[in-house]
Design a protein around this ligand. Structure first.
Ligand SMILES: *[C@@H]1O[C@H](CO)[C@@H](O)[C@H](O)[C@H]1NC(C)=O
Ligand SMILES: *[C@@H]1O[C@H](CO)[C@@H](O)[C@H](O)[C@H]1NC(C)=O
Length: 322
């Protein structure tokens, strides 16, 4: 969509860098909904700032339209473009640690130490965006957390430690206070299922804990609580003055059954993939999807566990999260 973005102009002086940024954006677009060109640097966590622009789309055949206020954009993450990994008072993040410790896990052995160097070149990034012919009313979308928390927190358990909920809440307040006067769209946490699955269940992304299902479920349990807390902080302490909105970034995928009658499998896939988070936040009843609770409980029993590997949300948390 909007292929203008991939047309690389030879006029750009820093072409290599430009290609890198474009690559990163397109890498990311497969599963994020928005854009990025720059990052604000914070002394301990960094904030991905996305610039979203409005495009009103009409298909030639007059059958499909995006709604008038639909926002299309592109996005990336702080670690993907920012660089300056040990500058400006920033401590080591889980991504710094993980890529330095495990260089072989990245195909070409590269890392985000410098990346697109956007920490130093963010003004040029905005200029590049403008050169691409993006309309003037670029709207920044800020994701508070795109997977890079301080390594020191990870040593204390990271997302397997419920204290993360408090730590990230303190950080969220700082971001709302500083950026909220200008930013009207916030997102709490990026793609929790990828973070928990590949970062805690496996060793595919930082922090690479490789804990299997128990780690995955525990991570999400705390991420859901953290999202809820961040949401309520914005709602109670900032929304009235800043008049923005806050959401979460969910990559939800559907499945097509081999046998079209197999709707149960389709539903199970969707509930495990998307409902795991979305049901807890957006449904009337809240909590994990029933099918997930039942299924994980049964499988945990079969595997010889005395309790389900899916932790229980107390009714207080269910109410608070939904
Ligand atoms: C930051 O890291 C780079 C290597 O990525 C190193 O060359 C440089 O000396 C470090 N700077 C500081 C201030 O430690
Ligand atoms: C799906 O169900 C319908 C109605 O029961 C049946 O006629 C059809 O053969 C089924 N299709 C497949 C691919 O099993």
């Amino acid at each position: 969509m909007h292929h203008k973005h991939v047309m690389l102009s030879e006029k750009e002086g820093d072409r290599e860098r430009y290609v890198y940024i474009t690559d990163n954006i397109f890498n990311c677009c497969g599963h994020c909904q928005s854009v990025v060109f720059t990052m604000a640097s914070y002394s301990f966590l960094r904030v991905a700032v996305s610039f979203i622009f409005i495009v009103t789309y009409a298909f030639a055949n007059d059958t499909l339209y995006f709604p008038k206020d639909f926002l299309l954009g592109t996005a990336t993450a702080a670690y993907q473009i920012e660089g300056g990994w040990n500058e400006s008072g920033k401590g080591e993040s889980v991504w710094d640690w993980w890529t330095h410790e495990n260089p072989s896990l990245i195909r070409d052995g590269s890392n985000g130490d410098v990346a697109c160097d956007s920490l130093h070149k963010y003004k040029e990034d905005v200029q590049l965006l403008s050169d691409l012919g993006v309309p003037k009313d670029i709207k920044p979308f800020v994701t508070l957390y795109h997977w890079d928390h301080p390594e020191i927190f990870e040593r204390m358990g990271g997302w397997t430690n419920e204290m993360m909920v408090e730590w990230i809440s303190d950080y969220a307040r700082v971001v709302f206070k500083e950026l909220g006067p200008k930013v009207k769209y916030f997102m709490s946490i990026n793609e929790p299922n990828v973070l928990c699955g590949e970062g805690y269940g496996e060793n595919v992304k930082a922090p690479g804990k490789n804990l299997g299902s128990p780690g995955v479920f525990l991570c999400m349990h705390n991420v859901l609580k953290a999202h809820a807390k961040i949401y309520h902080i914005y709602d109670k302490e900032f929304r009235k003055y800043q008049e923005g909105t806050i959401g979460i970034v969910l990559p939800c995928s559907g499945a097509l059954p081999k046998n079209p009658n197999d709707t149960a499998a389709v539903n199970m896939h969707f509930q495990f993939n998307c409902g795991w988070i979305a049901h807890a936040i957006f449904s009337k009843t809240g909590d994990y999807p029933e099918i997930m609770k039942t299924h994980v409980a049964e499988n945990s029993k079969l595997a010889g566990f005395s309790k389900s590997l899916l932790p229980e949300l107390s009714s207080e948390w269910v109410q608070y999260i939904k």
